[in-house]
Design a binder for this molecule. Structure first.
Ligand code: HAM
Length: 496
């Protein structure tokens, strides 16, 4: 195709800017302050993703073995969902909810938890018509305007599990078993399951009045918030974080002494199932959870380190929530774990994270001509569904192999100047270090054959004993320096 002739510039635009000789006022450069994270939020940086991927991967694997399907609900929901669901009198709704009126004048809130949204979705999509129970899991960010501190963020992530549609206590035990399995698969040790029963609509009113009577006798020892809770929701006093309130609460009447027969039998059954599963638990009479929808079983999982201030996860039964949200009455039980907290525990317990192999093949090139050839080879490998990565921006072979090594690939394909000319590729087995020269036209088949033979272990082990990094490794070290006497790339590390 011939080039179009350039359009002539219209006369009125053809101005010689240099003829404007009038002195220009010096432009004042405004120094801008760099913007920072919103308080309580957190970036998840590239170096942290190995932990996140590991947790996601483990959660998905366990979810699958326990027969859960994934559901993701929106981050933004109608505010009344949480007011009705979590409870108007809870800290989560009263103090921590990110709620606002949107541009369409709707009252909306950033979800502070999953259970209400998942229950809404169950109702809205008529999931009561599916075979029951419906088992759903989710992972994503949540928002609570709490006081930020170690392990407590205003945006944080949970993995969340719900079993909706059956009231059998074996499901309470199964959800605890699932939580336990996740933490154990991750490799965490020294955890405790704390468990309590918070009764139901039959026995809770009597318990609450006994509690109220007790706290009224000790009103002067309570914090300001708890004095208010005394009239509105005395149960909340049991999980107040103030030390003086905890002291009073430790002597308070216990739920377990006030349970009706049904709740008592249910709780006994749950404990028996846990005994059967060999999951250790501790009865905790002051465990009432920070959300109002719980009935019967309530539990939390704690790292047993005495300094630990925060639960790794928590959950329980919520047999009335779906009806409270306008759906059919459906019993349900669930659990959520905090991802940031589990990652903190992984780091505290120095757990080795198996790195997931990101690619099987690394394509290295050495010379301008090889770079061009490798573009095509990259395409051919990708077309054949071979996971291949490259570092085309780098010139030094050593720095490219360093990347290959970090990624834990099984094979490195190397095209040097000589290979680019004679149509070959060096195939290096990263495990054994053995390398062979392969005809470029046969490379796809050759790589496929080698990958089929090599074990697809997901664990990455550093293969090359690499020397300390030098600047020259990274900033376009001279191509020639990497070429051996025969014109082939020299990749014997001992020469470096
Ligand atoms: P939750 O106890 O409020 O329960 O939260 C579960 C877990 O989320 C906590 O144990 C903690 O690990 C983590 N978490 C909570 N708040 C924060 C925060 N500000 N920063 C970091 N991590 C946090 C629930 O959310 C219920 N919806 C669980 C459930 C599911 N119950 C039945 N089904």
């Amino acid at each position: 195709m011939g080039r179009k002739p350039k359009k002539p510039i219209p006369e009125e635009m053809d101005i010689d800017m240099d003829t404007d000789t009038a002195p220009k006022p010096a432009k004042k450069r405004v120094k801008r302050e760099p913007l920072q994270l919103v308080k309580g939020m957190k970036d998840i940086l590239p170096a942290e993703w190995k932990y996140w991927d590991f947790v996601f991967h483990t959660v998905q694997k366990v979810a699958m073995t326990f027969g859960f399907d994934r559901i993701e609900t929106p981050v933004l929901e109608p505010t009344p969902l949480f007011v009705r669901g979590v409870g108007e009198e809870t800290d989560i709704v009263e103090k921590e909810l990110y709620s606002f009126t949107d541009r369409g004048k709707n009252d909306v809130a950033l979800r502070p938890e999953f259970t209400s949204g998942v229950s809404r979705a169950y109702i809205e999509h008529g999931m009561h018509n599916l075979p029951q129970p419906v088992k759903l899991f989710s992972m994503g960010p949540l928002f609570r305007h709490d006081r930020p501190q170690a392990g407590r963020y205003r945006q944080f992530w949970q993995f969340n599990f719900e079993i909706i549609g059956e009231k059998n206590p074996v499901l309470d035990a199964q959800i605890i078993q699932l939580a336990w399995r996740i933490y154990r698969t991750i490799g965490l040790k020294d955890l405790t399951v704390q468990i309590n029963s918070v009764g139901d609509e039959n026995c809770r009113p009597q318990y609450v009045s006994a509690l109220k009577e007790y706290f009224e006798m000790h009103e002067n020892k309570l914090c300001k918030d708890c004095k208010r809770r005394l009239t509105r929701n005395p149960l909340r006093i049991l999980d107040c974080k103030e030390e003086k309130c905890q002291r009073v609460a430790s002597e308070a009447p216990q739920f377990l002494d006030h349970l009706c027969d049904e709740c008592s039998v249910h709780f006994k059954n749950v404990l028996e199932y846990l005994d059967e599963l060999g999951i250790p638990y501790e009865l905790n009479a002051s465990l009432v959870r920070g959300l109002d929808y719980y009935t019967k079983t309530a539990f939390e999982i704690w790292p047993s380190k005495t300094s630990a201030q925060s639960a790794l996860g928590g959950g329980g039964r919520y047999d009335n929530l779906l009806e409270m949200l306008g759906g059919q009455s459906k019993p349900a039980v669930g659990f959520a774990g905090g991802i940031e907290r589990v990652i903190m525990a992984i780091q505290e317990q120095n757990i080795d994270i198996p790195q997931v192999r990101k690619a099987d093949v690394f394509l290295a090139q050495l010379s301008e001509m090889a770079k061009k050839k490798s573009l095509k080879v990259f395409e051919e490998l990708r077309d054949a569904n071979i996971d291949v990565v490259e570092a085309l921006g780098k010139n030094s072979l050593k720095s490219q192999l360093k990347v290959a090594d970090k990624l834990g690939v099984r094979l490195a394909l190397i095209i040097g100047q000589k290979e680019a000319i004679d149509g070959t590729i060096i195939v290096r087995d990263m495990e054994s270090g053995i390398q062979e020269i392969v005809d470029r036209s046969k490379i796809v088949r050759d790589v496929q054959r080698r990958l089929e033979k090599a074990p697809a272990a997901p664990v990455v082990k550093p293969q090359l004993p690499l020397k300390p990094e030098r600047e020259s490794d990274f900033i376009g070290a001279d191509d020639e320096a990497d070429l051996g006497g025969d014109g082939r790339p020299d990749i014997d590390e001992s020469n470096e």
